[in-house]
Ligand binder design. Sequence first.
Ligand SMILES: [Fe+2]
Length: 189
Amino acid sequence: MIWTTTIEPEGLADELEALRDEAKAVYREGAGPGSLTDEGLDYAVLDGDRVSELLPELAIRYASTFLNAARELTDLQLEVSPDTPSALNINYLDAGGRYELHKDAQPYTASWLVQDFKPWEGGWLTLYDDDGIAIWRQLPQRGLFVLFDGARLAHRVERTERLRVSVPMVFLPSGVEVERPDGLDEHIF
Ligand SMILES: [Fe+2]
């Protein structure tokens, strides 16, 4: 199941782009924990603790607007993740950047996009079934909020030709075990 809705970013879109240079680079050749291919990683991230510090409004919305949207879309009693570094991130892919095919540690994964991309600009978010067939493929679109079970559905970001900003976040079903496998903090979304 893949749920989508639109949540307007308003002024936050520019603020998110402006924080690009604060983000920490993540680069890896080959496979790592949770990888499903050896295509590797090349992106930059602000983890949840940095987001709270630099853009507290986004952290507030995670526990309000976005949480409410996730509950309404799924009809599940979802909660925010208590693992603050991984709960809410801002991901930046520069031109040429990519995010390999992988599964997440826990359900559910949301990604909020704040830019409009043309097809030739790339940066598609693509979801796959267990047979490796692409079942859903979406260009970044301003305000698009996508929610899915990232622990079941493999997903990747295809090569982008311009700076691509996304806000991945974790929502957990009530009562779920919150421990994360070792190594996954460098490999969240
Ligand atoms: Fe992911």
